[in-house]
Write a protein that binds this ligand. Structure first.
Ligand SMILES: Nc1ncnc2c1ncn2[C@@H]1O[C@H](COP(=O)(O)OP(=O)(O)OP(=O)(O)O)[C@@H](O)[C@H]1O
Length: 594
C-alpha cells in the first residue's frame, strides 16, 4: 500500500486490484479505474462509513423527529407568558431565528430519514394475456370504510362490479388505510378469491358477507391492474371554505369513507385521481387513513345548481348555518340572515338539512357572485424576522375595531404602528405635515386612487381621506407591526401577495351582551360623526346585521375571529394573534409563497 492509498477504504483497494488483473485496455475499464481512484468517491465512501459507524452508536439516536412541532408548542406557551419576563422574550426571539429553525428542520428531516430516495414503481413486463396473480393478506381491522357505488367495505378499500367485464374490482384505495399501507392493493385490481372463496358471479354484497364472516386475517387473490395503482400522495393543502358533513350528503359513494370538515379547516388533499371525489386528511390529524370529500368541480357544480334553481339562495354554501356554527349563527338572537325582514332561515334544530339563507338581493347588490367558495389552495408562510405581516382588524362599523387598534398600539407604541392617513383637506396652521395627516392636493390624491395606490379612501365634507399601500409597506419594512382597521370594503384591495395581511375579524357578541357591555362602558356611537351620543337599539341591530353580512361575503379571507365582548380579553386574544404572526408558520394562499 503506497502513501497515496493509505487512507483508502479496503473494499475500494480490493476492487481496484481486481480491476488491474483484468488487463484490458477497454474504455469501460479505464473509466471504472479512474472513478475508483477519484477523490470524490473516496470522500463519499468515508462519509458513508462514518454515518454507518455512528448510526450503530445509540447516543446518536434522535429522541424525537418533530422538533419543529415541539418548537411551535413552545411558541404557543411563551406567547401566553411573554409579558412575564425578559428571558421568555429572549428565548422566543432565539427560537425564531432562521438559522435555528433551519437546524431544527434539518434535524427532523434526518430523524425521519426523509432523505431516502423515492424509488419509482418496479416496472412490470407482464403479458396482458398471461394472468399474473398476487396473494395479499391483510389483518381485518375496525376501519370504518364502506361501500362505493355498488361496493362494500374491505379494509381501507372499496369494491364494485366492473361495468364492462362484470368482474369484482377494487374501486378505490383509501390513502393511509390498511390496503394502501400494504402497498399491494391498487384501484382496478380484479378480485378473484377472498379467503379461498371464488367471487366469480358474486355481487359486491356477497363479497361483503364473506368479509364480514371472516375473522383475523383476510386473504385476497387479485389480478393486478398494472399502471393504474400506486399513485403518489399529492402535497396539495387547501383551506375549506364551506362546512361538510358526509352523513348529510346523499351522493357520496361511501358514507363511512367521508371526511367531515368545517369552514377554515386545512385539508391535505392526498389524491385527486377521481374527478368528483377527492381523498383528503385534516392537517394535523393523527389518523392515517384519508377520507372522501367532494372535489372542487363537484362542489362548484352543486353551488351553481343551487343558485340557478333558487336565485334567492344566498350562497349555496351550507357553512353559515351548518351545525358547526349553529350556536353563534342560528340561535334566535343572532339570525343567520343579514336582513331579518327577508330571513327565511329555518331553525337548524328542527330541519338540519336545510342550510341555506335567503336574503334581500336588492340590499346586497355588491354581493360578489363570481366567488364560489369551495377550497383555497394554501401553503405555509414562515415568519421572517424584521418583516412582520400587517395586522388588519375588520368588522362591522361600531363593533370596536378602532378601540382595539388603539389599545394594541398602547401596549407598545414603538412596536405597533398605524399608517398616517392622507388627506386633500387644507393643512391648518397648528398641523404638521406627516404627523396627523399627509397633506396632498386633491388632483394628486385622485390620480393615486385611480392608480390603485390606496387600500381605502373616502370623502368627508368635500375632502378626500385615505390610507396608501405604500405607507403600510414602509412600516412593515421598518421592522414594526403595522396595525390597520379599514372599512371592510377595503379587503379585496388589501389581500394581495404584496401586503400579505393577517386579517382578524372582530365579531360582536350576542345582541344582549352587545347592548349590555356598550351601555355599561358608556360607549359612543360611531354612526353619527357629528355628535357624541350612545348607540341606539337600531344601531346595535345594524352592527349584528352587517357583521353577519361581512362574514358571509368575506369570511373566506379571515385568518382569525375575535369576539369583542369584554375589551380586556379581546385585547389579550389580539396580542396572542400578533405573537402568532411573528413566530409561527401560518397558512396563506399558495400564490403568496411562490
Ligand atoms: N368591548 C367593548 N365594550 C364596551 N365598549 C366598547 C367595546 N368595544 C368598543 N367599545 C366602544 O364602542 C364605541 C365604538 O368603538 P370603535 O370606535 O372602536 O368602533 P369602530 O368599529 O371603530 O367603528 P367605526 O368603524 O364606525 O369607527 C367606542 O366608544 C368604544 O370605546
Amino acid at each position: 500500500m503506497d502513501s497515496a492509498t493509505e487512507n483508502w477504504d479496503p473494499a475500494l483497494i480490493k476492487l481496484l486490484t481486481s480491476l488491474k488483473e483484468v488487463q484490458s485496455d477497454g474504455e469501460d475499464v479505464a473509466f471504472l479505474s479512474e472513478l475508483l481512484q477519484s477523490k470524490q468517491l473516496h470522500a463519499l465512501v468515508q462519509a458513508h462509513n462514518k454515518i454507518v459507524a455512528n448510526g450503530k452508536d445509540d447516543k446518536f439516536y434522535p429522541l424525537l423527529s418533530n422538533a419543529m412541532q415541539v418548537t411551535l408548542e413552545v411558541f404557543q406557551m411563551l406567547a401566553d407568558v411573554i409579558s412575564v419576563s425578559k428571558e421568555y422574550e429572549e428565548l422566543l426571539s432565539l427560537l425564531q431565528k432562521p438559522h435555528f429553525q433551519a437546524i431544527l428542520c434539518t434535524h427532523d428531516a434526518v430523524a425521519q430519514k426523509d432523505y431516502y430516495p423515492h424509488l419509482p414503481d418496479v416496472p412490470s413486463d407482464a403479458d396482458d394475456e398471461e394472468e399474473t396473480v398476487k396473494i395479499v393478506q391483510l389483518v381485518k381491522s375496525d376501519e370504518p370504510l364502506g361501500g362505493a357505488q355498488s361496493a362494500e367495505p374491505i379494509v381501507g378499500a372499496t369494491i364494485k362490479t366492473d361495468e364492462e367485464t362484470g368482474k369484482i374490482v377494487i374501486a378505490r384505495v383509501m390513502h393511509g388505510g390498511a390496503a394502501d399501507r400494504s402497498g399491494l392493493i391498487h384501484a382496478g385490481d380484479e378480485v378473484i378469491e377472498v379467503n379461498g372463496i371464488s367471487v366469480e358471479n358474486k355481487t359486491p354484497s356477497d363479497v361483503l358477507a364473506i368479509l364480514q364472516s371472516s375473522e383475523g386475517t383476510i386473504t385476497f387473490k387479485l389480478v393486478p391492474s398494472f399502471g393504474k395503482g400506486g399513485s403518489r400522495e399529492s402535497k396539495v393543502r387547501v383551506r375549506a371554505l364551506f362546512n361538510y358533513n358526509s352523513s348529510d350528503d346523499p351522493y357520496i359513494p361511501c358514507k363511512e369513507a367521508g371526511l367531515d370538515f368545517k369552514k377554515g379547516d386545512i385539508l391535505h388533499i392526498v389524491s385527486q385521481d377521481d374527478a368528483y371525489w377527492w381523498q383528503a386528511r385534516r392537517e394535523g390529524d393523527r389518523v392515517m387513513r384519508a377520507g372522501l370529500i367532494p372535489s372542487r368541480a363537484l362542489q362548484e357544480g352543486r353551488i351553481i345548481h343551487e343558485r340557478q334553481t333558487d336565485p334567492q339562495t344566498m350562497d349555496g354554501n351550507p357553512a353559515l348555518c351548518s351545525p358547526a356554527t349553529a350556536s353563534s349563527d342560528c340561535g334566535p338572537k343572532t339570525p343567520c340572515s343579514p336582513n331579518p325582514t327577508a330571513t327565511a332561515l329555518l331553525p337548524c334544530k328542527s330541519t338540519p338539512k336545510v342550510k341555506k339563507i335567503i336574503y334581500d338581493i336588492k340590499e346586497n347588490d355588491d354581493f360578489d357572485r363570481e366567488i364560489i367558495p369551495t377550497y383555497e389552495e394554501v401553503a405555509r408562510l414562515y415568519p421572517r424576522p424584521g418583516l412582520i405581516r400587517p395586522i388588519v382588524l375588520v368588522g362591522a362599523p361600531g363593533v370596536g375595531r378602532n378601540e382595539l387598534r388603539r389599545r394594541l398600539i398602547a401596549t407598545d407604541p414603538e412596536k405597533y404602528v398605524t399608517p398616517i392617513p392622507f388627506t386633500s383637506r387644507p393643512q391648518k396652521a397648528s398641523e404638521q405635515n406627516g404627523k396627523e395627516y399627509v397633506f396632498v392636493s386633491r388632483e394628486k390624491m385622485e390620480q393615486d386612487i385611480s392608480e390603485g395606490k390606496f387600500i381605502e379612501h373616502g370623502e368627508y365634507k368635500g375632502n378626500l381621506y385615505g390610507t396608501s399601500a405604500e405607507s403600510v409597506e414602509s412600516i412593515v419594512n421598518s421592522g414594526r407591526v403595522c396595525v390597520i382597521s379599514p372599512h371592510w370594503q377595503a379587503l379585496k384591495m388589501l389581500r394581495t401577495p404584496r401586503l400579505r395581511p393577517y386579517i382578524v375579524f372582530i365579531r360582536p357578541p350576542s345582541l344582549d351582551r352587545l347592548v349590555e357591555t356598550r351601555t355599561s362602558a358608556n360607549a359612543r356611537s360611531t354612526f353619527d360623526k357629528d355628535s357624541s351620543r350612545s348607540f341606539t337599539d337600531e344601531e346595535f341591530n345594524d352592527i349584528i346585521r352587517s357583521s353577519n353580512r361581512i362574514n358571509f361575503l368575506y369570511g373566506y379571507m379571515f385568518d382569525e375571529e375575535i369576539v369583542n365582548e369584554d375589551l380586556a380579553s379581546a385585547l389579550t386574544q389580539l396580542l396572542k394573534a400578533s405573537w402568532k404572526v411573528q413566530s409561527e408558520p401560518l397558512w396563506v394562499p399558495a400564490s403568496w409563497v411562490q
